[in-house]
Each structure stands twice: as structure tokens, then as C-alpha cells.
Unconditional design. Sequence first.
Length: 373
Amino acid sequence: MAASDVAMSGGAGGDDADPAGAVAPAPFSVDSGDDVVAVTDLTFAYKGGSSLSAYDSHNVLNGVTFRLPRGARCLLVGDNGCGKSTLLRLLGGKHIHDAAKVTVLGKPSFHTTALNHHRVLMASDWGRRTVAFQGYGMAHQADIAVGELMRDLQEGWPERRDQLVRLLGVDLTWRMHQVSDGQRRRVQIMLQLLRPCEVYLLDEITADLDVLTRADFLDFMRRENEERNTTIIYATHIFDGLSGWATHVAYINDGRVTRGGRLAEVRDFTRRVAEHVHSPLLATIEGWMRDDRRARGAAHAAAAKRARAESGEAAPEGGEAAADGGGGSGGDAAAAAVPADFAVAHPERGGGALPDSSGYVAGRLAAVAPAAP
């Protein structure tokens, strides 16, 4: 499809860049083929001041390559601090990057302001951002009624607004300085879903929701995806009810997307489904995380051993096993063949072979069971 000209500027700004009254989407066409989201060999670090030189040298993302087709519902998973939120913020236009390395709908994510009408980043810090020296976010915590927030946007989609109000149990008369964290999260979701978009980036957005509201929200997002062919990337640590919700999974470890693909083709997951494992998605991701923690422990122990050998320092009491905490199956995990990156397979093209989690052992509860007295 031929692309129309798109306004370019120094930054997209995500959902914060909506001017008052900006209801109608800007003219826009997609030239991305099947890839709605594409990240190519991306390395990213947060830059601090001169006193933070060590921090400057730390890459949050290391050569990430990641693609998703239109219509995907992808779970973004991994340890705390592995880079999930950073990747979503880059896709949401919050950080500058090389234009060719991060694209959404075929356009550079940061540089293309028109994308703000076609994607939404829903992050957990909404309503908690502070104004300098004030200690609270205006007007997300000000004395203002929900019905007064983003009024032009609410009036632009009244039927959708009413649907979301019913779905989320929002009261338009609520005063924002009086609501709970869970109620504030419902208001955020309602406002950010008012304008239909093509790409939804969800960063731990359900953490404050009660179980019923979370289930209804996920049902709504699935309908949005199936009826409007949207693309959703959802970073979360809560996997209840997601085995049948997600179409894809991407696992980040040490700043790289190292495992995943179409969920129906991820062998660790399908094996557990076939074995009738309780919560197969949770078991799969837990296995990946345990493997990688063991591998990191083994690598650190090996590095410490080399350092002791070079310095002539004696081994710790208890031998090398004490140094690496027993190791467990860490050797297997470290030796497992894991690709540096992966491209999520398009449904119409079939899926390629994906890595298995060879370090994961049967009876995962035994790994954390207390020793017998």
C-alpha cells in the first residue's frame, strides 16, 4: 500500500500529546506489509549525568529484534528490570531511537506524531506522575469530576464512553482526588480506550484491578482485537486466564527477546498443555525464568572462580558448590541453545522451530520445596 505523507517532528509523546479537542484521527496509511510492530537490532540505554557514568554504560536492551503481525495478542514477559517497560515505551514513542530500528504501522515510532491517533500506551504510572515541587499529578489527582476529564474526547465517542463506563464500573461523578488506586486505574482505562486505535501497548495495566474488572477488561480487549483486527502487546506478571487469551508470547532475558513465538507453536507450552499441567502458561514462563537464573548463577560462579584463581585466593568453605549455590540444573540451562532474537511467525506463513527449555525439570515444586527436617 502506498504511504501518504505523515507529519514528522522531534517526538511523538504518546498519549500525553493529544491536544484538547483532537478527536478525528489524522490522515494516515500503512506501508508495513504484514508487520504492524517491528524492532530491528535495537540497543538502548538510559543516559544520566556525568556522575552516573557507570549507569550510562548499562544497556537495558541489547540487540532486540522483534516483529508482530496485525491481529496478534502478544504477552511480553520476563524478570523485573529485564526491559519490558522500556521496549513498550519505545514502541509508544516515549524515547528517541534510530528511525529504522523501531517502527509501528511502518512508521518510525518516536518521529511520527500521527501515530498518536493510531496507538495507545497504557502504563501503570498514569495519575502518579508528579508536577515539579507539587507532589501530585495535575489533573489526575485534582478535585475534578471524571466526566470533566478529556471532555472533547468523551463527547467524540459517547456510545463507546457509555459502554466503557458500564464495563469498568466507572462513575462519572467521581472526584479524582477521592478515588482509590483501583478506581483511578479504571478511569485511566476508560479514557485511554475512548478513541479506537490499531495498536495497544499495555504495561502492567491490570495490577490494581479487582478480579472481575480485570476479566471484563481482557474480554473487551479480545473483542477489540477480533472485531477490529487490532494488535495488542501486554506486559504482565499475572497469568490467570491468559493461556487461551494470548496468541503470541515474547520472553525477554538480559535485554534480549530470547524465547517465544506463536503460543500454539511454543513447545514448552504445548507440552504442558498435552500433559494437562495446571496453569501451563505460568509453568512455562516460570521454567524459563528459573533456567535463566540458574544460568546466570553458574556464569557468576565461574567468573568468581576465575577471579580467585588469578588472585590466588582460596575457594570458599564448602567448595565450588557453595559458591554457586548448588547449581541445580544450571549447567543444562547455560548450555541450552537459545537464539539471540526471534521474529514472531506470521499465521499465514507457518511457524519455524523454536527453542525448548531444556533446563526445566519435571516436578517444578521440588525446586523450591524446603529441605526435610
